[in-house]
Design a protein around this ligand. Sequence first.
Ligand SMILES: *Cc1c(COP(=O)(O)O)cnc(C)c1O
Length: 230
Amino acid sequence: MIKDNIKNVRARMKAACDRCGRDISEVTLINVSKTKPIPDLMEAYNAGERIFGENKVQEINDKLPQMPEDVRWHMIGHLQRNKVKYIVDKVELIHSVDSLRLAEAISEEAVKKKCQVDILVEVNVAEEESKFGSTVSDTLSLVKEIALLPNIHIKGLMTIAPYVEVPEENRTIFRALKKLSVDIEKQNIDNICMGVLSMGMTGDFEVAIEEGATMIRVGTAIFGARDYSI
Ligand SMILES: *Cc1c(COP(=O)(O)O)cnc(C)c1O
């Protein structure tokens, strides 16, 4: 049951926090509900969950009117510039900004809609070919450029770590993202906050918490395996 899965994930989050002397209130759970039907999301909602992560603009727009109004939506997937207009004023946070051109599109749309948009800069720490994200070495200059744009606010960094069998193998990735965020914070750039570190998924969220994650994005451990064939 989804309710039991959530209890289990939250217990594991608490244990990971205890191991490294952090308070569980420092870590936000994003319930990654992509591909899952509304009744599944409602089960999580009724267990007290309010933050849902989706990776498709269309899916957020389909689900949003079917869920209670106090649900907070997070865009965690790759975002195309031509779809920005459909979500800027609907999501609490966009985790996946990886280029100046995308940030500019978000900023322009936010100005047009007179809203403020919070974002994370996605970093491809492992430099995997298959993944989006800025490289570690390019991130500071990207952040500085985005900081100058109106109505868009960087709240931190996000990474999608490689798929590994042994979660421990991603520790260096998480540590590198944390280090990068500390280095950027030290620059004291206007309109930049490095408070959020979005890292860790079903396979490795405990290691991510030990390395400083403030948001973890968990799908499979809550909703079960996804079926992409339907
Ligand atoms: C699907 C997805 C997740 C959740 O993955 P699980 O392994 O099912 O927990 C997290 N982050 C992003 C960006 C995703 O696309």
